[in-house]
Design a protein around this ligand. Structure first.
Ligand SMILES: Nc1nc2c(ncn2[C@@H]2O[C@H](COP(=O)(O)OP(=O)(O)OP(=O)(O)O)[C@@H](O)[C@H]2O)c(=O)[nH]1
Ligand SMILES: [Mg+2]
Length: 692
């Protein structure tokens, strides 16, 4: 894959709600750009990007896949991401390193729950995007309603740059509003959309929508606005340039439509990627900090600048072993060279450089700023780490992943497989930052935790298929949290007689609740003259350890501020260990006195069901301690029912919703926030009253 000047490179993520058609669209992109010679199909398990066995069997994308192709002399690096919420980490890490996004929608539904999730993620990383309203061939498809849902539910500024020709089974192509020409698909494979005059019956609609488009673009640019207000015609080139500027600035979102499965409307998406989405030179330079001084460092997409690369994915490849996927923001990286890893502060030797094409590899000698590459041979490097030139150290902002919300106990079929299982779990956790495992000290059980039932199901299956570990798994459990509800001061004292020597320490901690999602804050009010730094460090370490297992049921403690307000010791008769113990005593006693409560994950769910079942769905949701937040009639006589429900009440819901709706209902659910468990429910979970 020969290189292109950076302004002719596009690093793009295909993102959307589950099943919107991301992989099907990617498959057509690879076909029309000549990367493939036949069209694969998700339902037959023959696409390029859904290459994992489980993806092919289930017809869903599980892991994001990187591919590259060329269009109009531009190199387009695409990452096809999963839509299922359990795999949200894949979207997060992809959007963190990509420059532009193609957001796909199902034309029958428009915005769906995960459309909102990925849109917010793209907002967080300031990723300019275009929208592709797919499945225009389906019954109930509605291009204009889909655009309205983007405006209303995503608070965005979508602007149609096309008008569909026909709809449902009569959908044959689009009218390009900038060039005022119809693109009609006559051939089965959709290789050559034919440029034709605008169908007469669409002339008025096209004129109306073009007027809106021209006005909308003109309003984003003073020069164009002046020309427009002077009554001058804006040229297609001026419109395209104006729309490009507005898209890169996040002011407008161009909207296209098509039916990828019917091979219609994909080539204009490729044109829009080139015309409206950024090259690595169009995105702001990356900011990092100096690992020692903390001073801010800016790096530009320039191969001559010192190297700065962010690792966004680790994969264990069956043929070449452990691969680290990274995005280069500046500089040049050569195979067999050495770099420095921060925050690990370790030297790393660069082995092979590979351009990945789904699960195929193309070896290259060097890559430079703006490129995405997989690197073999790294030992200490994990997702979120920075690799840089040892002479020009820099740390880039890492990638934050959501915390797991459910867990299951897992055990190997035979004791002999214990170690093999733990090694396999380590390899899987190495790849997936939202998958965690630990051995519970009290029970000795191995617990694996993740984002949802499907997430853990897939990973347990991988244990078997890829690591040949047969495992038994328990029932899914909710990953509760604990927190406190009132401010307390708590003293802790520790005394130990060792080899005739007295060691003692006493501390006073103030514990205070923090707002939801604030996590943990530690403050030390004692200057080193009052308490030597190493003892203060021991106090902090003890508190952090105690956070891992709360006093109610051993769940992690969150949203708490701990302040070290006093300490007592006798010079020479104390130690870090004494302070560590005194702090644990003070902390745990304090938590018990601070009105500890159990927190449970609350899920945002959307059930789409036939109107006649709405009542049953609502009743069932209420019975699950749910809170209905809204309903919306959708095309085809179905209703979207939205609400918040505790995860603990949602296990097995997939089966229940089908029986409540005679198999016609579907639902999506994603984590929303943690909330206190009602007293009565907490007592059931804890098997008795809480500390009061
Ligand atoms: N009718 C119709 N079906 C389509 C179209 N595009 C995709 N599909 C079907 O929609 C289903 C999902 O397609 P995918 O391409 O796997 O969707 P996805 O967005 O990649 O799904 P995830 O990766 O699992 O989130 C498959 O059955 C496709 O055949 C389309 O344009 N029209
Ligand atoms: Mg897919």
């Amino acid at each position: 894959m020969e290189d292109r000047p950076l302004q002719q490179v596009r690093n793009i993520g295909i993102i959307a709600h589950i099943d919107a058609g991301k992989t099907t669209t990617t498959e057509r992109i690879l076909f029309y750009t000549g990367r493939t010679y036949r069209l694969g199909n998700v339902d037959e398990g023959t696409t390029v990007t859904d290459w994992m066995e489980q993806e092919r069997e289930r017809g869903i994308t599980i892991a994001s896949a990187a591919v590259s192709c060329f269009w109009r002399d531009h190199r387009i690096n695409i990452i096809d991401t999963p839509g299922h919420i359990d795999f949200t980490a894949e979207v997060q890490r992809s959007l963190r390193v990509l420059d532009g996004g193609v957001v796909v929608f199902d034309a029958v539904h428009g915005v769906e729950p995960q459309s909102e999730t990925v849109w917010r993620q793209a907002d967080r990383f300031h990723v300019p995007r275009i929208c592709f309203i797919n499945k225009m061939d389906k019954t109930g498809a509605d291009f204009w309603r889909s655009i309205r849902t983007i405006e209303e539910r995503l608070e965005a500024a979508p602007v149609a740059i096309q008008v569909p020709i026909g709809v449902e089974s009569s959908f044959v192509g689009v009218v390009d509003l900038i060039d005022c020409v119809a693109l009609v698909y006559h051939d089965e494979l959709g290789r050559e959309p034919i440029r034709e005059p605008i169908p007469a019956e669409l002339k008025d609609l096209v004129a109306e929508k073009r007027q809106i488009l021209v006005e909308t673009i003109a309003e984003t640019d003073d020069v164009l606005l002046t020309k427009y207000l002077d009554g001058e015609e804006l040229t297609p080139e001026e419109l395209r340039m104006g729309l490009r500027r507005a898209t890169l600035a996040g002011q407008l979102v161009p909207v296209l439509c098509g039916a990828a499965l019917r091979n219609k409307g994909v080539q204009p998406v490729l044109d829009a990627i080139v015309d409206y989405l950024p090259s690595p030179l169009d995105v702001p330079p990356i900011r990092g900090v100096h690992p020692e001084t903390g001073e801010e460092i800016v790096r530009h997409a320039d191969p001559q600048e010192p190297l700065a690369a962010l690792v966004f994915k680790i994969v264990t490849d069956p043929f070449v072993g452990r691969l680290a996927y990274m995005r280069l923001y500046s500089g040049t990286l050569r195979s067999n060279s050495s770099v420095h890893n921060y925050p690990k502060d370790r030297k790393e030797r660069i082995g092979r450089l590979l351009h990945m094409y789904a699960n195929h590899r193309e070896e290259v000698d060097q890559v430079s700023a703006g490129d995405i590459v997989a690197v073999g041979g790294l030992k200490f490097t994990f997702t979120g780490d920075t690799l840089c030139d040892p002479a020009h150290p820099v740390v880039l902002e890492s990638i934050v992943f959501p915390e797991p919300v459910i867990y299951v106990a897992i055990e190997p079929r035979t004791a002999a497989e214990e170690q093999k299982m733990l090694d396999a779990l380590r390899a899987l956790a190495d790849e997936d930052p939202t998958f965690k495992f630990r051995v519970d000290e009290n029970t000795g059980q191995t617990l694996i935790s993740g984002m949802g039932e499907l997430h853990l199901e897939i990973l347990v299956e991988r244990l078997m298929r890829e690591f040949n570990v047969r495992a038994k798994v328990g029932k899914p459990q909710v990953a509760y949290r604990e927190t406190i509800t009132k401010r307390v001061r708590s003293d802790g004292e520790f005394t130990l007689q060792r080899s005739g020597k007295l060691l003692s320490a006493a501390v006073t901690l103030e514990l205070a609740p923090l707002a939801k999602g604030q996590g943990f804050v530690f403050e030390n009010e004692l200057p080193p003259i009052r308490l030597p730094a190493e003892y203060a460090k021991a106090v902090r370490a003890a508190v952090e350890e105690s956070l891992a297992a709360g006093v109610l049921a051993g769940y992690p403690i969150v949203d708490i501020r701990v302040t070290l307000v006093d300490a007592m010791f006798v010079e020479g008769e104390t130690s870090e260990a004494a302070f560590h113990s005194a702090a644990s005593i003070a902390f745990n006693k304090g938590v018990r006195e601070a009105g500890p409560v159990l927190l449970e994950p609350i899920m945002r769910i959307e059930v789409v069901a036939p109107e006649e079942n709405t009542g049953d769905v609502i009743a069932d949701m209420n019975a699950r301690r749910g809170e209905i937040q809204g309903m919306e009639p959708l095309p085809g006589g179905v209703q979207a029912i939205r609400g918040l429900v505790p995860l603990a009440e949602m296990f097995g819901y997939a089966t229940d919703v089908r029986s409540v709706t005679q198999g016609r209902g579907a639902f999506t659910m994603e984590f929303d926030h943690y909330a206190p468990v009602p007293e009565s429910v907490a007592q059931q979970i804890l098997g008795g009253p809480l500390f009061t």
